[in-house]
Design a protein around this ligand. Structure first.
Ligand code: PEP
Length: 248
């Protein structure tokens, strides 16, 4: 049985004061759930948020990582720096990174490998654009993204990752894929993992849905057979809304 995992992606929101207020509101309630809850914060608040959640069920995540251990990469953050702040999870290949920061399947792959090497759990994001969906390329696109991201990742390592299926057209737009549609793509991603690693491993990897998830649609989405959780952007910035999803 895969345990559902609900991850909040705060994106470029929350100063230290705002982050602590939100996390303190979440903490008490999250401790009552069996769902895995992760908060993926901006780098600048990781340290303070870690201190605030140390005695709670909430796990800490970051939103990006560099693929090298160190070096002349101005503005970048390494795995060791994330570990320093008690980070357990890291979002890799979010569509906003692919779209605005030229992240490619190749750099996504290098980041996944580095995260795994340093004991960080990648939340690997894949998903098609609207144009790709409208030209019936969804399955081909997600298969290509998954296979490239997992190049040179072995059976033992792949068991540790989390995949997030996030159709680009559904992120921050208020549009969600229909639960059945999202489930079908997620079942297909599991099939792709099965073809590469075998059935047992494909049944272990949690696959989330992301794209305008909110308290009002969480139950319907989470009740789908193949959907193991949600990656939540906008709705993770309000305690009540995020808790509504956690308690779907
Ligand atoms: C996201 O940032 O991964 C996301 C799914 O955003 P939103 O929930 O706002 O669509």
């Amino acid at each position: 049985m895969r345990i559902p995992i609900i991850a909040g992606n705060w994106k470029m929101h929350n100063t230290v004061e705002e982050a602590l207020q939100l996390v303190n509101e979440l903490k008490k309630e999250v401790d009552k759930t069996d769902v895995r809850v992760v908060i993926c914060c901006p780098f600048t608040v990781l340290g303070e948020v870690k201190k605030a959640i140390v005695d709670s069920n909430i796990k800490l995540g970051a939103q990006n990582i560099h693929w090298e251990d160190s070096g002349a990469y101005t503005g970048e953050i390494s795995a060791a720096m994330l570990k320093d702040h008690g980070v357990d999870y890291v979002i890799i290949g979010h569509s906003e990174r692919r779209q605005y920061f030229n992240e490619t399947d190749e750099t996504v792959n290098r980041k996944v490998i580095k995260a795994l090497e340093k004991d960080l759990i990648p939340i690997l994001c894949v998903g098609e654009t609207l144009e790709e969906r409208e030209t019936d390329k969804t399955y081909e696109v997600v298969k290509g993204q998954i296979l490239k991201a997992l190049e040179n990742v072995d059976e033992e390592e792949v068991k540790k990752i989390v995949v997030a299926y996030e159709p680009v057209w559904a992120i921050g737009t208020g549009k969600t894929a229909s639960p059945e549609d999202a489930n079908a793509v997620i079942a297909y991603i599991r099939q792709v993992i099965k073809e590469k690693y075998g059935e047992e491993i494909s049944e272990i990897v949690p696959i989330q849905y992301g794209g305008s998830v909110k308290a009002a649609n969480a139950t319907e989405i989470m009740n789908q057979e193949d959907i193991d959780g949600a990656l939540v952007g906008g709705a993770s910035l309000k305690a009540e809304e995020f808790l509504g999803i956690v308690n779907f």
